[in-house]
Design a protein around this ligand. Sequence first.
Ligand code: SF4
Length: 206
Amino acid sequence: MLHVSRKKEFCNVLGPGVRSVIWFHGCLRQCPGCIAGTMNEITEYETFIPEQLADWVKNNVGIEGLTLSGGEPFQQPLDELAIFLMLVKQNTDLSVLCYTGYCYEELNKQESAIPVLQNIDVLIDGEYRQNEDFGQRWRGSANQQFHFLTKRYKNQENEWNHTFERQIEIELDMNGKLLISGVPSKNFINKLTMELQRRDVNADFS
Ligand code: SF4
């Protein structure tokens, strides 16, 4: 089963165009300043078989693609992750972007990761490093690289690598939890938390 912390049908800030986003649950790394920190700690998650997730994606009419984030997608059962992405690619013309804390080179040596990589258009790899957070679009830190694994966005490589622009989307869910999507500016979460505490507002993040 695939463990999902959160999913969002329509998101404008995690890759090109309007995209559905899946945040997988859990990551064994503890990168200081990781914005997924709260998501990695919470114990609640939903489980899905690959077919269920693929149907969910297919029903999100009008999107340009799918973005996988986390948590760590490559710490999910890789056979099931591969089936999920294979179904998405077989049944739609959506692009697939995937964030991972692993390096592309190490994933590419893992036999079980290959079928997953074969269904990803762009892999954004590497752990988050606070001291290399220079504000690049769609990347948390400069060590994270875009790997264009297919031709889908290859002609935009230069633009993607040299755009400095951060956008986020903030929503309040039914339980009063603030849901943040996108790559925020450095220390944004800390500043927001302090400001809310100063105003005596309780807020959880995800
Ligand atoms: S690898 Fe990514 S998700 Fe995992 S702790 Fe580091 S930044 Fe967070």
